[in-house]
Design a protein around this ligand. Structure first.
Ligand code: SF4
Length: 373
């Protein structure tokens, strides 16, 4: 019987060689360096393969604003809850159900009898609306990857009773905000390979020129991440700031032009709130005026304007999700981590989503010594 083929991107010998290369780059630098990745999938992969335990002393890798659920602003969730409470049929991705708004969640609304259903793809929203006589609101969240899927639905003759409540965000704008934070210690960014398949790696060149910090685009296998980090530390050690595409098997300089065309035919960049982080210039993807007939904020403007403001829960004030996603803290720096805030009793959004750093750290035992203190 022939042995199964070795997984090229999990080859232990190559992993050890890349770890050694990372160690040497840190030795050459001769001090601590702080890097940021901007993707929950990178954090998941680091946790799953135990990469953090192998990082050399002197390498700090923080997770930035890379969890789409976590950065969805509480008032955006509150708006959706308000429509659900008025009997509007809501569709959204499963991770959104338990994310707290200021006072409650869509799951709470569902428990109270609201019609809130989970979908797994934007195309399902159109299919469900076609089969219904009622207005259907798709609470669409996520970064450029899922925004393209929403755009494709709206470009494909959607039914007139389908309305989109967009909470889509544009990651490169948030990277700009994080890099401009006065106390930021981030010296380089690991960019998400899947998003770069759409945007292309050339998108990061103006960012690097503005901030003089390197960006390496990396995939999600353990060797992709180790290689990306080694390249970043080498750039820092050599005083270089360049964009490196470490995911050439999927990413090109220009990206996917058809997807980008679709995205920007339907959406336009606007200033908007990223939960707990900041108002990010050009950080949200709003529906263009051409799609106002499918914009839930237009269709339900009156209902949303009449919704009374809700007070934030007291416990949420201690949540440090914003500082974590801005690269100013780690999950274990939060006094609630692993105590009052756990996956079954989440206080902040970062403990809800499978892409949230607090949840990933909790589930993989990272930072547990601090939480147990
Ligand atoms: Fe927020 Fe909970 Fe994370 Fe603390 S542990 S930052 S309360 S999500």
């Amino acid at each position: 019987m022939t042995a199964p083929p070795r997984l090229e991107f999990r080859d232990p010998a190559r992993g050890r060689a890349l770890s050694t290369r990372l160690d040497r780059a840190i030795e050459r630098l001769g001090r601590t360096v702080t890097l940021m990745h901007v993707c929950g999938s990178h954090e998941q992969a680091m946790a799953r393969y135990g990469l953090r335990s192998r990082f050399p002393k002197g390498l700090r890798v923080l997770m930035g604003p890379g969890c789409p659920v976590c950065v969805t602003d509480a008032p955006e969730i509150d708006a959706c809850i308000a429509l659900a409470a008025r009997g509007v049929h809501i569709l959204t991705y499963g991770d959104m159900l338990r994310v707290p708004g200021r006072a409650s969640s869509l799951d709470d609304a569902r428990a109270a009898g609201a019609r809130v259903d989970v979908i797994y793809a934007a195309t399902q929203a159109a299919a469900i609306a076609r089969a219904s006589r009622d207005p259907v609101v798709f609470f669409s969240t996520g970064f450029e990857t899922t925004a393209v899927a929403t755009a494709a639905v709206l470009l494909d003759e959607p039914p007139p009773n389908l309305f989109v409540l967009s909470a889509h965000k544009w990651v490169p704008a948030a990277m700009d905000t994080v890099a401009s934070t006065p106390d930021s210690k981030i010296e380089g960014f690991l960019a998400a390979g899947h998003a770069a398949t759409i945007t292309g790696f050339g998108l990061f060149e103006p960012f690097v020129a503005r901030h003089r910090r390197p960006v390496v685009v990396a995939g999600f296998e353990p060797l992709d991440i180790l290689a990306g980090l080694a390249l970043l530390v080498e750039e820092v050690a050599e005083g270089r700031a360049e964009v490196v595409n470490a995911f050439p098997r999927c990413v090109t300089r220009a990206g996917n032009q058809r997807a980008l065309d679709a995205l920007f035919r339907v959406f336009e960049l606007a200033d908007g709130e990223w939960r707990g982080i900041a108002r990010v210039p050009s950080g949200t993807l709003d529906l263009r005026a051409d799609y106002a007939r499918h914009d839930a904020r237009e269709r339900f403007a009156l209902e949303l304007a009449e919704t009374p403001a809700v007070a934030e829960r007291a416990a949420a004030a201690a949540c440090r999700c914003g500082a974590i996603m801005s690269g100013l803290a780690e999950p274990s720096d939060c006094a609630l981590f692993g105590r009052e805030c756990r996956p079954d009793t989440p206080i902040g959004a970062c403990m809800v989503s499978s892409e949230g750093s607090c949840r990933i750290w909790f589930e993989h035992g990272l930072g547990s010594e601090q939480a147990a203190r």
